[in-house]
Structures are given as structure tokens and as C-alpha cells.
Design a protein around this ligand. Structure first.
Ligand SMILES: [Mg+2]
Length: 355
């Protein structure tokens, strides 16, 4: 609601205006809100210390708050449990706006969560977080998000600031394969004695075959410590039959505002394309993830893989990586991937194989 002074008698009239999140006007509105006392200030209690956060406004979401907490404590948003942050008796979801929580200034909030410092921490299943169930079809959101300037600016910042630790140099003339970890390469929820038991069938065969035509990058929405430990556990890091070019963690991701689902974190390939423009581009990159919204900034390059869950039940049945290695082989013959629709990869493959 905006009030405008109008007419000869200068009486205010009220007009309903929708201001889209992420626009310049939205930024200005946020500044005004802060000036008008609509900012949100909270104190986070964690590990015997208190952290004050006062840079948020009522329009920001619980996920924005968690991101701020992450930058202060190093605890990943998905590992944070914020006590007392409730809506109708239930813990507030990530997309809930802080304004709707009616927090008093400097409300103290207790945070539970650890930095994943020990190997036990990193191998333990993460807390319940049914991202797969909550995933959405990206087509409905994508057009507005992909080209928005603020999102491109965030990518540019990652290109500049995110430090890639190369494990092996990029190879001239190779395509690029970017792989998610959880539910894509192994089942991270089931319990097992070793990571091997939870590994997706054909993983090493798949990577060996892909390595002939593609540089391989691992990208997981967790911390590098975790990714490192998992890849070692699965025998990927030092495998003699293929080499990983580098790995990216959650710090290379960006948050984007989507019109319908609020704030979500995504994996923008633009970060890699910006850093390695002489090797990789839209034309030669493919990315596998079980969560489609991770492709929001580059939908055409994403292939939504079926999640690998319940490893003990499905270990004998799952042939996804076996079939996908054939798809990768098939499309590696192409100069340009831009006209492919990876949604129909199985159809494409069976057509090529019957020729
Ligand atoms: Mg995943």
C-alpha cells in the first residue's frame, strides 16, 4: 500500500502497488523500511556466544536470516535449527517473511547446529530436509529469473571471489560434465557401514566413460569438507581411471528470488563459464542434479536425474548412470548442446541407438 498526496486539497489517496522482489525499487523500499523502523534485528545465541544481526528487513525471509547466520558462524543453513521461530506452533519454513513473525527488536534466538568439523559430522545423514519432494518444475519460474540483472551481478561476484582449487587442469577440446552429489551419485539418507554401500551402481564405470569426452566437476550444496570426505569415501578422488577437474561447494551458489516460491539457492553454471571461458560454455556443458531448481539460472544445460534413494532396496535395480553414460557418449559427438532438451534424454538415446 502506497499513499500519494493528490488533488487541490492535497488529500492522501491510497494505491495498491506490487513491488517485485529483487528490483531496484524493491531495494529502495527496503532502505525506507529500515529508516522507518521496519528493519529486523535479532540476536543469535550459538556455542556460548551471541551474534547480533540488524541488516535484514521485514521483507527478508527466514532463509535470508539463515544466510546471515552462516556468514557469522559458518553453519550451513540446512544444518541450522532456530528455536522459537514459529508460525502457528510449527517451525517457520525458509520462505516465511521475517515481518510476519512479529519479532520484537533484538529478540534472542537460540541456534542449534554444527559446522561439520569432524568426519563423523560429515558422514552423518543431514537433518530431515525433503528437498526432492519440495522441488518444482522450473519452467514456470525460469524466464523471469534467468536474465535478471541482480542475479547476473551475483554470478559476477562469485566469478571474482570464489576460489576454485583445481585438482587437475582443464583439457583442451573436452566438454564439461557437472555433477551433484546427494541422491545423484549416492544415497545420503540411508544408514550403512561404509559409503560404498550407498554408492549409486555403475558410478566408477560412468565416470571412467565420461572422462574420455568430458572434464568432470563435482558441485554439492554443502561444505567442501563434506564433499571432500564423501568423494574420498566413495573412491572417486584418487581413482586411477579418471580425474576430477575441481569441486565446488555451497559458497559458489547464489540465492535468487522466484515469483512463486520465494528465495531459493541455485547452482549457476555462469560461475564456471566466467572463470573458464576459454574452455567451457553453454554450448558444451551438461549438469546432472536430482533437484531441478538448481538449474534455474541455466535450465537448458540441466538434466534432472532420478534420485537414488533407499540404496539397499534399489542397488540391484538402478541403471540410471549406466544409461546416462551412453547418453553422454552420444551427445559428445555434437559440437553444440544448445538445441538439446535433456528432459527427453531417454527418447533421444533410444532413437540414436535404433538408427
Ligand atoms: Mg542432490
Amino acid at each position: 500500500m502506497v499513499q500519494i498526496w493528490s488533488g487541490p486539497d492535497q488529500k492522501p489517496i491510497s494505491v495498491d502497488v506490487e513491488i517485485k522482489a529483487g528490483t531496484e525499487l524493491h531495494q529502495k523500499k527496503r532502505c525506507l523500511e529500515v529508516c522507518a523502523g521496519m528493519s529486523v534485528s535479532v540476536i543469535i545465541k550459538w556455542g556460548g556466544q551471541e551474534y547480533s544481526i540488524s541488516t535484514l528487513s521485514e521483507e527478508d525471509t527466514v532463509l535470508d536470516l539463515k544466510q546471515s547466520i552462516k556468514s557469522l558462524t559458518g553453519v550451513l543453513p540446512e544444518r541450522q535449527k532456530l528455536l522459537g521461530l514459529k508460525v502457528k506452533g510449527k517451525p517457520a519454513e525458509d520462505e516465511v517473511k521475517l515481518g510476519s513473525l512479529k519479532l520484537k527488536p533484538n529478540t534472542k534466538i537460540m541456534m542449534m547446529g554444527s559446522r561439520e568439523e569432524s568426519l563423523e559430522d560429515v558422514l552423518a545423514p543431514p537433518p530431515e530436509n525433503d528437498e526432492v519432494v519440495n522441488d518444482f518444475d522450473i519452467e514456470e519460474e525460469v524466464i523471469e529469473v534467468e536474465n535478471r540483472e541482480e542475479n547476473l551481478a551475483k554470478i559476477a561476484r562469485r566469478v571474482k571471489d570464489y576460489k576454485v582449487e583445481e585438482m587437475n587442469p582443464p583439457r583442451e577440446g573436452k566438454r564439461l560434465l557437472v555433477l551433484d552429489v546427494d541422491y545423484t551419485l549416492f544415497d545420503h539418507k540411508s544408514c550403512a557401514e561404509t559409503g560404498q554401500e550407498l554408492m549409486r551402481p555403475f558410478l566408477h564405470e560412468f565416470l571412467t566413460s565420461a572422462f574420455e569426452d568430458y572434464d568432470i566437476v563435482i558441485w554439492s550444496a554443502t561444505s567442501m569438507k563434506w564433499i571432500d570426505a564423501k568423494m574420498k569415501e566413495l573412491g572417486v578422488t584418487d581413482n586411477p581411471n579418471y580425474k576430477i577437474t575441481f569441486m565446488l561447494d555451497s559458497a559458489a551458489m547464489i540465492t535468487v528470488h522466484t515469483p512463486k516460491r520465494g528465495v531459493v539457492e541455485v547452482k549457476p553454471l555462469g560461475v564456471i563459464w566466467g572463470k573458464y571461458s576459454e574452455f567451457y560454455s553453454k554450448r558444451n556443458t551438461i549438469m546432472f542434479d536430482d533437484i531441478g531448481r538448481n538449474f534455474l539460472m541455466n535450465p537448458q544445460n540441466g538434466l534432472k536425474i532420478r534420485p537414488f534413494m533407499k540404496a539397499h532396496l534399489n542397488r540391484e535395480k538402478d541403471k540410471e548412470l549406466f544409461k546416462l553414460s551412453q547418453y553422454l557418449k552420444e551427445i559428445a559427438k555434437l559440437e553444440d548442446f544448445s538445441f538439446l532438451n535433456h528432459k527427453h534424454w531417454e527418447r533421444y538415446l533410444s532413437k540414436k541407438q535404433s538408427q
